[in-house]
Design a protein around this ligand. Sequence first.
Ligand SMILES: [Zn+2]
Length: 84
Amino acid sequence: MTKQVKARAHTWYEVDYNSGTIRFLRRFCPRCGSVMAHHKVPVPRWHCGKCGYTIFEVQAPEKPAAPAQAKSSARSRRAQPKSQ
Ligand SMILES: [Zn+2]
């Protein structure tokens, strides 16, 4: 009856035992502050399961002339400058 769920919080961190540092591998939601989930299919993106905020990592590499997309991706830091 009780579903067995493995503890996965340790997968959020990467521990460097040589230098004694802990690196957080996930991102926090800019809207609500929760830990976001990373999905690779169909497009790589960060998604917040709490409020639904989504950050797309890459913007359609097939079409270089991509117009402004959804309003939720206004904070795209990964805008790549066009090389001429
Ligand atoms: Zn959120």
